[in-house]
Every structure is written in structure tokens, then in C-alpha cells.
Ligand binder design. Structure first.
Ligand SMILES: [Fe+2]
Ligand SMILES: [Fe+2]
Length: 330
């Protein structure tokens, strides 16, 4: 149920692991100037570990550390540099939004700018089975706790937005059937593909950009202050899911991978088309109508989701292309 402890990737994750295993607290070492926090393996792993205490926890780590002041202090220090990098990453995207538009038009502007490279297209047309498994290992970091980060927001909303978030999450959490939990469906797909379905099993292979997608979601979900960003993130996530899921299912069937894998993605083709409407029209719009000061945060969340997915996607494709090049004889 809890994640296994991964190997450290540098001084920051070593510090976090030490703190979690009972070492005396030490201050965060000065991060190198110009560090690309969102692509830094060491920083992202440390942040992921500290945030994980609020999710399923870590094997061999005292659960009371979730609210330990020293652990929280380190988490806050890392969150601060992480959020500064996220703001920087989305600055140009947000500049394209017309401040006079209504919220749905502003969200549509951001979605229309989605320039992320299409991992789904690659999976549909070109990927081999090993590349598919590589993709699933990275995605397992999120899908094995699918929808959990956004669930932290439920008690922070009221009225129509709360009802719609509960409706959306009812689907994600199985629609009343334990066998329908989306995280379980993904675990079954992993197992069918010969991959370890255990929670956190692929953490050591998770790249910084994969972890950054996840740490951002958890930070937005865990801070009431960022509830607008969390729901904007959800809106972008659901709005960019349906078509890629169809392509991924196509790729899975093309390669003859187990049915459970295509079934997982096919389940999301229609569901996420509905979730997109719920998230934009029934969550974000009433939330901003009730609390107009959250509009900027909603847009930040939308832009952050798109930008971080693009970052992770670009990295994934670069690696695959490099691999493909190596295999082609000169
Ligand atoms: Fe889902
Ligand atoms: Fe969904």
C-alpha cells in the first residue's frame, strides 16, 4: 500500500530520506544557481517523498512525520522553489489570455495553445511494446493514485462546485464498485503487461519531469490557498485526456497488448469527455462565480497542467527518438 523508499539522487533527496528515517534535521543545502527545478531529479524526488506522506506514506517511515515541523519546513522550502519555477514556466502562456474574456473563453485560449508533443500519437503509430511499457512505468506514478491529489479539494469547496467535483470523482473512484476504481484498473493493466502493479514500484525509474507533474498536483491539492489552481489543473487534465486516450488504446490494440490496457484507456475516452464539461462548466465556473479572486489561480492551474505535460512529453519523445536512432544502423 505504501511506496517503497527509493535510492537518493543527490544531496537534497539524501537530506529528505535522512529526515524521514530519523536523522537530525539539517538545513536545505543551497541549490545551484540557475538550477532547472522542474527537471532536477534530486529536487523532484525529495519533494515527491515529502508530499507522499500525505498520500499513502512510505515503507519504514513513521506516519507521524506527516505533520512533523522539520519535515514540513523542508517541504515548504522545496515547494517555494518549485512553485516559482512553475510560475516562470507558464508566464508566456498566461500572457495570451484576454483579461476581458469570460473564464470558459480564457480556458479555451490556453487549451488552444497546447503545443505539447504528442506522445499519444507516437504510441498510436510507432511505439513498440517496450516503449509502451516504458510509458506505463512513468504514468504509474500518477495512475496508481489516480484522482487522489484533486480529492483534497472537496472539503475546500461548497455549493455546485463541490457537488460537481464529487460527481467527477465518483467515476474515478469506481462509481460505487470497488472493482471499478481507476487506479485498480491501471494496476491490472500493468500486471497484464508483465509490469509490477505495486504502488510506487517504478519510482526509481520516474524521471524528474514525471515527478514534477505529480508534485505540482499534490501541492495544488494540499494547499487550500491553491484550490483554484487545483481545479484549473483538473479542468485542463480532463480536457486533454479523451482524444489521447483513444490514440493510446489504438496503439495498444495495434501491438496486440493485453485487453486490460486498451480497456483502461477506452474507459477514459467517453468518461473524460464528460469530465471535461463537469470540470470547466460545473466546477471552475461556479467556483469563480462564488470567489472571483480565484480566477487567476484557475488559469495558473490550467497553464501549469499543459506546460508540465508538454515538458514530460517532450522529454519522453526525445528519449525514444534517441533510442530509435541508436537502433538504426548508420
Ligand atoms: Fe480516470
Ligand atoms: Fe477523468
Amino acid at each position: 500500500m505504501s511506496a517503497p523508499l527509493p535510492a537518493a539522487r543527490g544531496p537534497v533527496s539524501e537530506l529528505a530520506l535522512g529526515l524521514l528515517l530519523g536523522d537530525e534535521p539539517r538545513p536545505l543545502p543551497l541549490l545551484p544557481a540557475g538550477i532547472d527545478v522542474l527537471r532536477d531529479d534530486d529536487v523532484q524526488l525529495a519533494l515527491w517523498l515529502l508530499l507522499e506522506l500525505h498520500h499513502r506514506g512510505l515503507q519504514g517511515v513513521d506516519p507521524d512525520l506527516e505533520w512533523d515541523p522539520e519535515v514540513i519546513r523542508l517541504r515548504r522550502d522545496l515547494e517555494e522553489v518549485h512553485l516559482a519555477a512553475v510560475h516562470e514556466l507558464v508566464r508566456d502562456r498566461l500572457a495570451l489570455v484576454d483579461p476581458d474574456d469570460d473564464l470558459s473563453a480564457q480556458i479555451a485560449t490556453l487549451l488552444a495553445q497546447d503545443d505539447g508533443p504528442s506522445v499519444a500519437d507516437f504510441l498510436a503509430r510507432r511505439a513498440d511494446a517496450e516503449q509502451f511499457r516504458d510509458f506505463l512505468r512513468q504514468r504509474s506514478i500518477y495512475h496508481l493514485k489516480e484522482s487522489d491529489p484533486h480529492a483534497f479539494v472537496v472539503p475546500r469547496l461548497d455549493g455546485p462546485a463541490k457537488v460537481a467535483l464529487a460527481e467527477l470523482q465518483y467515476d474515478e473512484f469506481g462509481a460505487g464498485r470497488p472493482a471499478g476504481l481507476h487506479s485498480l484498473l491501471f494496476a491490472q493493466a500493468l500486471q497484464a503487461c508483465g509490469l509490477d502493479p505495486a504502488y510506487g514500484a517504478h519510482l526509481d525509474e520516474a524521471r524528474a519531469s514525471t515527478l514534477a507533474v505529480n508534485t505540482t498536483m499534490s501541492i495544488f491539492g494540499l494547499h487550500r490557498r491553491w484550490r483554484g489552481a487545483a481545479m484549473g489543473h483538473l479542468a485542463a487534465f480532463e480536457s486533454t485526456s479523451s482524444l489521447p486516450c483513444r490514440r493510446i488504446a489504438t496503439g495498444s490494440r495495434r501491438l496486440g497488448l493485453p485487453d486490460a490496457l486498451a480497456a483502461y484507456y477506452e474507459e477514459h475516452v467517453e468518461a473524460d469527455a464528460v469530465h471535461e464539461q463537469l470540470a470547466v462548466r460545473n466546477i471552475c465556473m461556479p467556483m469563480v462565480a462564488a470567489e472571483p479572486e480565484l480566477r487567476e489561480d484557475v488559469l495558473l492551474g490550467v497553464a501549469a497542467c499543459l506546460a508540465l505535460d508538454a515538458l514530460a512529453g517532450r522529454e519522453q519523445l526525445e528519449l525514444w527518438h534517441a533510442g530509435v536512432t541508436q537502433e538504426v544502423p548508420a
